[in-house]
Design a binder for this molecule. Structure first.
Ligand SMILES: Cc1cc2nc3c(=O)[nH]c(=O)nc-3n(C[C@H](O)[C@H](O)[C@H](O)COP(=O)(O)O)c2cc1C
Ligand code: SF4
Length: 433
């Protein structure tokens, strides 16, 4: 897949390490200024100061929940003899593809972020969890770990300090639920990936029962820039974030843009819509975010504004749909994904997603009934309000309910006529009966 960067190079803190040949080669990374932030942190800053700097920078987790990173690190008990850093590189959310870009093209950037993080929280071992399909990501990361060990950036007494760190790359078996942090820990420990009850939270009892910081790949790739620039200068850049832009745009790819960039501008950066097409709707934060419409094109792509608009930033993957997209089919596909990926631990998610999928099959097969719309809303309601053990189950209602709210007429048309008005319109324009 080809990736484009939509940023001015001078302002880029992440994609500049991925452009061209990237910086998977250690010498290329060093030429780009690599490992200087880690050296600065380890040789001139106390671990607590590193955490304070990260907290002041406003860096928030990029895995979906947007939790403040520095605050998360502060939960790690100081005196614990064994602690771990776990990096979440599962990235199985449909249409989210930024972490793999970083893993494949800039693995040393991640390693540098890990070194700083482990130093800050006092961990001597870090695990990077990469999903099975990420063959190149794993290969590049393993090569980067070996190269960094050889040059003394990993291993014993890094930069001549008393700090030592070992990084282990682990491959998952390819399940969306393995990206949920406690399920990921189960998988790392050799069991089936199923979420754990919380509390205790991983910061207190995580991997092998020890205090564990779990962060997303991109989150940790921001850390060297936070140290290099300082919290104010980093924050003044937006702060920046990677957006996976896909769907009906002319240049889908990963874009580095300031948080708060408007959806309209982001679509422009991605080459705009295809000629002659009209914007119809978008998922601003991956398939688990509520669908937004034309009325939301000027909403800033940031945590709070998107929440106020009834959706969320999630993993910052903007999925754009033009007027050739059938909303019913799109939502049905999402429901099928969650049905397949449900781990089966709790009833509302395990059964509810199957029921929803059956109703969608009926509607799309021309056998729908008007009361199916109430049934969809009713089952969706059963997945909310804490009935599900983890957030996978709760990922289904936002897009489904938003589609019923904004595009009910499309459902009704399917049920009334047994046909798709979008397909009909596209077919008519193409001269197909
Ligand atoms: C079903 C599900 C899948 C998830 N998948 C991922 C994932 O692939 N990568 C990721 O970083 N976070 C994922 N998360 C979020 C993690 O549980 C966790 O919040 C995140 O790794 C914390 O890192 P951060 O604070 O740096 O964002 C997922 C959550 C859920 C509920
Ligand atoms: S909500 Fe779904 S994925 Fe999460 S624990 Fe329950 S069954 Fe498993």
């Amino acid at each position: 897949m080809t990736f484009w960067s939509g940023t001015v190079a001078a302002e880029s803190i992440l994609l500049r390490f991925t452009e061209g040949e990237g910086t998977a080669d250690l010498d290329a990374y060093l030429r780009a200024g690599g490992y200087q932030a880690a050296r600065t942190a380890l040789t001139t800053l106390a671990p607590e100061s590193v955490i304070d700097i990260v907290e002041q920078s406003g860096l928030r987790g990029k895995g979906g929940a947007g939790f403040p990173t520095g605050r998360k690190w502060k939960f790690i008990p100081k005196g614990a003899p064994v602690k771990y850093v776990v990096v979440n590189g599962d990235e199985a959310e449909p249409c989210t593809f930024k972490d793999h870009l970083l893993l494949e093209r800039a693995p040393h950037l991640l390693l540098e972020g890990i070194i700083i993080t482990a130093y800050a929280v006092g961990a001597q071992r870090a695990y990077v969890y990469v999903r099975r399909e990420g063959y190149l990501a794993r290969e590049r990361l393993e090569q980067a770990v070996a190269a960094a060990e050889q040059r003394g950036f990993l291993g014993d007494k890094i930069f001549g300090t008393g700090f030592s760190l070992q990084v282990v790359v682990h491959t998952g078996a390819g399940a969306y639920i393995a990206g949920e942090e406690t399920a990921l820990l189960e998988s790392l420990e050799g069991r089936r990936a199923m979420p754990r009850a919380r509390p205790p939270f991983p910061a207190v009892a995580g991997l092998y029962g020890k205090p564990t910081v779990i962060n997303n790949v991109e989150t940790l790739c921001h850390v060297p820039a936070v140290i290099r620039l300082g919290p104010e200068a980093y924050s003044a850049l937006g702060p920046p974030a990677l957006f996976s832009v896909s769907g009906h745009v002319r240049r889908p790819g990963v874009y580095e843009l300031p948080l708060g960039t408007r959806m309209r501008e982001m679509i422009d950066q991605a080459g705009g819509l295809r000629p002659g097409r009209r914007f119809k709707a978008a998922f601003p934060g991956g398939s688990s975010s509520a669908i937004l419409t034309e009325a939301h094109l000027d909403v800033p792509m940031d945590y709070e504004p998107l929440q106020q608009a009834g959706s969320m930033l999630g993993s910052a993957s903007l999925i754009v749909m033009d007027d050739t997209a059938c909303i019913v089919r799109t939502v049905a596909r999402g429901v099928d994904f969650y049905k397949e990926e449900s781990c089966g631990k709790c009833t509302p998610c395990r059964e509810g997603t199957v029921w929803l999928s059956q109703i969608f099959e009926r509607i799309l097969g021309g056998r729908g009934r008007m009361e199916d719309l109430d049934l969809l809303a009713h089952i969706s309601g059963g997945l909310k309000g804490g009935t599900c053990f983890c957030l996978l189950g709760e990922s289904v209602p936002p897009s489904l309910e938003a589609s019923l709210r904004h595009f009910r007429h499309e459902y009704e048309h399917h049920i009334r006529t047994g046909r798709c008005d979008v397909d009909d319109a596209v077919g008519a324009a193409a001269g197909v009966a």
